[in-house]
Design a protein around this ligand. Structure first.
Ligand code: BLA
Length: 231
């Protein structure tokens, strides 16, 4: 599932001169026979991005995941792109979260770098949910326009591809029109990226799931050496 999201992203990354990086074999792909869970990971580097990672998790009917995070280079203050899309087949439930994850919560920064998300929310009303449970702090590395859909199959079939395409287009558009930084310098940006990784190591609710499927040792390695590598 989510092949079309992967393909759209992959062709965008190729078009933007993305270079695929080697992920150690152990982390690239892992299969758990018992639960039939398969995880695959990809890593890219682009002229404006120091790290762009993609994770797909296929647990059949139980769970399908498409997760991607783009970290711009430390000389670019724009938000980190964050996407977490989960499909629970047995209950026919979609959880889609997409955001331009802001490095700071300054009003002008949010307006400049995140407000384009509002266009998408206005066009796709099922993706206009903003309310989060209490896993994450909604004012830390989330924008006021975070796109959340708690939906069903029809949201997947009808809108998800278009939402994702528009979301990517808007994010790449920023590269054309930001000739310089207005809010943060290199050191400040770097500090925020380190803090983002540290914060998410603590908060990401996926580690229990990974431990169940792939064991504790593999999961620790995966989190530290693939998902959140700055510390
Ligand atoms: C929620 N994400 C979740 C949950 C799981 C994952 C299991 C809890 C779902 C539930 O409550 O039923 C799963 N997260 C994963 C997986 C990976 C992962 C498999 O990182 C694999 C790499 N999460 C992100 C990013 C964002 C994000 C980049 O990884 C930002 C857009 C958001 N995930 C996010 C949010 C929730 C969530 C906001 C909680 C939604 C809520 O409040 O219910």
């Amino acid at each position: 599932m989510f092949d079309s999201l992967f393909n759209v992203l992959h062709s965008n990354l190729e078009q933007k001169k993305g270079e695929i990086l080697v992920v150690p074999e152990e982390l690239r792909s892992r299969h758990n026979k018992g639960s039939n869970a398969l995880i695959n990971n990809w890593l890219f580097q682009l002229p404006n991005y120091r790290k762009w990672r993609i994770t797909r998790l296929d647990c059949g009917d139980k769970l399908q995941v498409f997760n991607t995070v783009a970290y711009p280079r430390f000389n670019i203050e724009k938000p980190i792109l964050g996407v977490d899309i989960l499909w629970f087949g047995q209950s026919n439930k979609l959880l889609a979260v997409l955001d331009f994850q802001p490095l700071i919560q300054d009003k002008e920064y949010l307006k400049q770098y995140c407000s384009a998300l509002d266009l998408i929310k206005k066009q796709f009303s099922n993706f206009d949910n903003q309310s989060m449970k209490n896993i994450y702090d909604s004012t830390k590395y989330f924008s006021p326009w975070v796109i959340i859909c708690r939906g069903n199959r029809s949201n997947v079939d009808k809108d998800l591809n278009n939402v994702f395409k528009m979301f990517l287009d808007q994010y790449f558009k920023m590269d054309e029109k930001i000739p310089k930084n207005y809010f943060l310098n290199f050191e400040e940006i770097k500090k925020k990226h380190f803090d983002y990784d540290k914060y998410n190591i603590d908060k990401d609710p996926a580690d229990k799931l990974f431990k169940n499927f792939f064991g504790e040792i593999w999961t620790e390695k995966f989190i530290q050496e693939f998902l959140f590598t700055l510390r």
